[in-house]
Structure formats: C-alpha cells, structure tokens
Ligand binder design. Structure first.
Ligand code: TYM
Length: 327
C-alpha cells in the first residue's frame, strides 16, 4: 500500500515561483511514490474578502496550472475543497477540540490579521482548524508544504493526538515534508519578506504565467547589495535568494554555480537567472495555454477528483461522528 499525501493551494492572487519551488514541483516529482490528493482550497480563500467572479476564474486557473506543472490526474486526485462538504463539517468538529490558546499562537494569523486590521474575520482565525480537517479526513501520511505551513501541520498533529487520546485511535499523525532548500523563497523587492501572493508590488514575485519580458525585467530589478561576489552567503539575503532560485531551476551544485559566476557581475548573473527561469517555465506555460482553452476538460478532472476522494472523507467523518455521539 502506498503512503498517502495530501496538500493544498489557495486559489487567490497569482501563483508564483515560491509556490512552485516550495510545493508544486515536489508534488509532481513524488507522484509515483505516493497516493496523492491535492486540493484547491477555496474555503480557505474566503477567509479574506474575495471578488466572486475572480475567485471562480482563479479556481480553474490554479487547477489548470497544477495539471500544466505535471500533476497527472491518473496518479493524483485534484479537487475543489468546497465540493467535498465533509471538510466544513470536520472543521467544525475539530474546532471543539482546539483550545483558543493554540490558535492564538499561529504566526500566519498574526501576519495576515495585521494587514486586515479590524476587518479580520473569525474564519481567518479559525483557518488552521479547516486545514487540520483537510489533512485528517484522508488519514494522511505526508503533507508536502513550504516552510510557512509547518506550524499548521504541527497543530494538526496536536489536535489529532488530543482527539485520539479521548476517543481512541482515530486519526493518523501526518508528517510535514519540507525540503530545506526552496521552502522559503523570498520577495524580489524585499528579501527579508517571504514571496507571497498577496503582495501588491509587481516586482515582488515572479508569477508562473509571467511573460519572458516581465521575468527579465523583474529579475534585473531584484534587490541585491553593494558587494560584488556571487556566492551562497545566507547573510547577503538578496543575492542568496536569487542564487537559491538559480540552484532550484538548474539543479547545479552550489560550488559549480559559484565557479561559473566567479569574476562576473550581478548583471551577468541576473541575465542568466532570467533565462533559466524562462526556460524552466516554458513547458508549464505552453501546457497551461492548451488546457485553459478547454475549461470543461479541467472541470471534468476536478469533478472526477472530488468523486474519488469524497468516499474517503465521508468515511472518516462518519467514524468521528459515531465516536463523539452525534449524527
Ligand atoms: P498557499 O496557497 O499559501 O501556498 C501553497 C504552497 O506554496 C508554499 N509557499 C511557498 N514555498 C516557498 N516559498 C514561498 N515564498 C512560498 N509561499 C507559499 C506553501 O507553503 C504551500 O505549501 N494553508 C495552505 C493551503 C492548505 C493546505 C491544506 C496545505 C489548505 N489546506 C492542507 C497543506 C495541507 C496555503 O495557504 O498555501
């Protein structure tokens, strides 16, 4: 029996190379090894205000991007979270087992709520309960994510443990899979801030659907420093981040990269980095364009994905309801 993988992505903003290098690429690479479930988490998206038309379009866009990136619908079930209602039911139940104190400690909530100020919703606070429901419903073994989701997966394990200690063995304890390199790609404008979909400044992120010209111009403008040496030095955050992106797209060894750019300037390096990204995204972009002209095909894959996972989710939900004496 293959171990099961579950992961999710929000259909908001533009999907960028941080999402790709930190998550999607690993989902694709390990597909054959696992039984895979990937969700377009639209219920998480509505924890902050969304325009309904844009949200609907984004759900399809992100789904098409996953398939374009190499997610194979035969090996992986891809579905839209709100199409499997067990997620919301399970999230409610888990809410009743998560102490307020655990939630208050979530760093992502603190960051996101700062931006939202007084408009911040209860849903945003409760976001990790829904994420725990996503993972626990499928008795997931592994959760491949970027670094920013680690704390949420830890909370998921904690609530699973709490539930099991009261009602007996029910949930599996999921393990996060976080590839150290590439799990935290930083913003191009500001390398001390994580690359994020919600950042407004256009040069902040390279989006997966950016044109070659946009990629070139963003990379050329990326923040570096006044030094000249092109070496992997974590203290020089701007150039380090760009080198990590180069490393991730080429899979070259660090020492070889440093030798390659010895004596060269930042402009030379940036030109080559832009070429490497453009080349690295070329196939994904052309496949995306093929897929998106036939939305009904993408929709049919999502429908199929939901019908494959729904019985698994419902089985766990029913088991949990029986244990707690409801339903
Ligand atoms: P989301 O949509 O913000 O991001 C999707 C994936 O991309 C990773 N990621 C990054 N990796 C490296 N560098 C970055 N700058 C970067 N930015 C984002 C994220 O870590 C993530 O793996 N809460 C999740 C979605 C979710 C989920 C789940 C994930 C909902 N339910 C269950 C796993 C399991 C989120 O908002 O991801």
């Amino acid at each position: 029996m293959k171990k099961r993988v579950f992961s999710g992505i929000q259909p908001t903003g533009n999907i960028h190379i941080g999402n790709y290098l930190g998550a999607i690429r690993h989902w694709v690479a390990a597909q054959g090894e696992f039984e895979n479930i990937f969700s377009i988490v639209d219920l998480h998206a509505i924890t902050i205000p969304q325009n309904p038309k844009i949200l609907k379009t984004k759900i399809r866009e992100v789904s098409a991007l996953l398939f374009a990136a190499g997610i194979d619908p035969k090996q992986s079930a891809v579905f839209v979270q709100s199409n499997v209602t067990a997620h919301t039911e399970m999230a409610w139940i888990l809410n009743c087992f998560i102490p307020m104190g655990w939630m208050s400690g979530m760093t992502q909530f603190k960051e996101k709520s700062e931006k939202q100020k007084k408009e911040v919703s209860v849903g945003l606070f409760d976001y990790p309960a829904l994420m725990a429901a996503d993972i626990l419903l499928y008795k997931t073994d592994f959760v491949p994510v970027g670094h920013d989701q680690k704390q949420h997966v830890e909370l998921t394990r904690d609530v699973a443990q709490r539930f099991n200690s009261i009602y007996g063995d029910t949930f599996k304890f999921p393990e996060p899979i976080i590839n150290e390199i590439g799990a935290r790609i930083m913003g191009l404008d500001n390398p001390i801030k994580k690359m994020s979909k919600s950042e407004a400044l256009p040069i902040h992120a390279i989006n997966l659907l950016d044109s070659a010209d946009d990629i070139r111009s963003k990379i050329m403008k990326a923040t570096t420093d006044s030094d000249t040496e092109i070496v992997f030095d974590k203290n020089r955050k701007g150039i380090y981040n760009l080198l990590v992106i180069y490393e991730q797209f080429t899979s070259f060894k660090r020492a070889d990269i440093e030798t390659r750019f010895e004596g060269k300037g930042y402009a030379d390096f940036k030109k080559e980095l832009a070429d490497v990204i453009i080349e690295g995204l070329r196939h994904l972009q052309s496949r995306y364009l093929e897929l998106i002209i036939d939305p009904s095909y993408v929709d049919s894959l999502l429908k199929d994905g939901a019908s494959r996972v729904r019985p698994i989710a419902e089985k766990t939900l029913n088991e949990v309801k029986t244990k707690i004496g409801i339903g």
